[in-house]
Design a protein around this ligand. Sequence first.
Ligand code: HEC
Ligand code: HEC
Ligand code: HEC
Length: 88
Amino acid sequence: MKKLIIAVMLVAFAVTVAYAADVVTFETSKGNVTFDHKTHGEKLGCEACHQGTPAKIAIDKSAAHGGACKDCHKTNNGPTKCNGCHVK
Ligand code: HEC
Ligand code: HEC
Ligand code: HEC
C-alpha cells in the first residue's frame, strides 16, 4: 500500500513539472541566448517569474531586454551586457 502511494505521488510530481525544460535556447541574429531555467528556478524560486501555476511565458526581444530577464539582472547581479546573454 505504501509503495502504491509513493508511485502515485511520483506520477503526480512528474505531471506538474514535466513540461518545464531545464534549458531553453533562444536563437537570435546576435547569437544564441541560453536560459538555464532549472538553475534560475532553484536559485530564485518559481514565483520570481511565475504567478500561480507555472506556465509558458512569452519571450520576445522587448520582454527579454526588460521585465522578463534584464530588469532582474540589473538588481540581482545577473548579466546585463550583450555578450553576457548572447553568445556567438
Ligand atoms: C527566471 C525566471 C523563471 C524562473 C525562476 C522559473 N521559470 Fe519557468 N519559465 C520561465 C520562462 C521565461 C519560460 C518560457 C520559456 C520558453 O520560452 O520556452 C518558462 C516556462 C515554464 C513552463 C512552461 C513550459 C512550456 O514550454 O510550456 C513551466 C511549466 C515552468 N516554466 C515551470 C517553472 C517552475 C516549476 C519553476 C520553479 C522550479 C520555474 N518555472 C522557475 C521563467 C522562469
Ligand atoms: C528574477 C530574476 C531573474 C530573471 C527574471 C532572469 N534572471 Fe538570469 N540570472 C539571474 C541571476 C541572479 C543570475 C546570476 C546567477 C549567478 O551567477 O549565480 C542570472 C544569470 C543568468 C545568465 C548567466 C549564466 C548563468 O546561468 O549564470 C544568463 C545567460 C541568464 N541569467 C539569462 C536569463 C534570461 C535569458 C532570462 C529571461 C528569459 C533571465 N535570465 C531571467 C536572475 C534572473
Ligand atoms: C538578459 C539577457 C540579454 C541581454 C543582456 C541582452 N539580450 Fe538581446 N535578447 C535576449 C533574448 C532572450 C532575446 C531573444 C528573444 C526572442 O527569442 O525573441 C534577445 C533578442 C535580441 C535581438 C533580436 C534578434 C533576433 O534575431 O530577433 C537583438 C538584435 C538583441 N537581442 C540585441 C541585444 C544587444 C545589442 C544587447 C546589449 C545592448 C542585448 N541584446 C542584451 C536576451 C538578452
